[in-house]
Design a protein around this ligand. Structure first.
Ligand code: ZN
Length: 163
C-alpha cells in the first residue's frame, strides 16, 4: 500500500470553484444548496426564506455543474473478485461514507457508480471524497490501496483491489 498524503497539500485549482461567478445569495435550482458568505450551505430554512425574496440569484452549484459536464475530480476503481462477492456491502459503505462527507461539504458527492468488466468505478465531485471512500473501504475490507495524483490538474485516481 502506497501513501502520499503530503501531496494533498498541493493546492491545484478546481475550475468550478471560482467564487466570482456567484452573487451572494445564490440558490442552485437543481439541488437547492445556497451560496452565502463565500460558502455553499445545505440549509432548508435559509433556502425557503430566499425563495420568497427577489434578491436572490439562481445558478447551478459547482457540484451540479460537474455532474452536468461529467467532470469528476475523483475516480475510485475497485477491482478483483472480492469486489463482486461483497458488492452490496461495499456499495452500502460507499453510500454511508458519501452521506457523512456531504454533511461536512455539501459539494462532495458521488456522481456515478459504473459497473464495467474491469471493476466498479465510482466518480466523485471532489478529490477528498474519493480519498475517503478508498480509505474507508480499505479499512473495512483490507485490500490494496493506491492513490494516483495528477501533477497538472486537481484530480485524484484511487485504485483498490482484492482478489
Ligand atoms: Zn446544485
Amino acid at each position: 500500500m502506497k501513501r502520499r498524503d503530503e501531496l494533498f497539500d498541493v493546492k491545484l485549482h478546481d475550475p468550478y470553484m471560482d467564487k466570482n461567478i456567484y452573487k451572494d445569495p445564490t440558490i442552485c435550482p437543481s439541488c437547492h444548496l445556497v451560496y452565502h458568505n463565500k460558502r455553499w450551505h445545505r440549509n432548508e430554512k435559509l433556502h425557503e426564506e430566499l425563495v420568497k425574496s427577489d434578491k436572490v440569484d439562481y445558478k447551478k452549484c459547482p457540484a451540479c455543474r460537474k455532474a452536468d459536464d461529467h467532470y469528476p475530480l475523483g475516480v475510485l476503481r475497485l477491482t478483483g473478485d472480492y469486489v463482486w462477492k461483497k458488492k452490496e456491502e461495499i456499495l452500502n459503505l460507499v453510500r454511508n461514507t458519501a452521506e457523512a462527507e456531504e454533511k461536512r461539504n455539501p459539494l462532495a458527492r458521488v456522481m456515478n457508480i459504473i459497473e464495467t468488466d474491469e471493476g466498479l468505478i465510482i466518480e466523485t465531485t471532489t478529490e477528498s471524497l474519493a480519498r475517503r471512500l478508498g480509505r474507508c473501504i480499505d479499512k473495512a475490507h483490507h485490500g490494496e490501496l493506491e492513490y494516483i495524483f495528477s501533477d497538472s490538474q486537481k484530480f485524484l485516481r484511487v485504485e483498490w483491489s482484492k482478489s
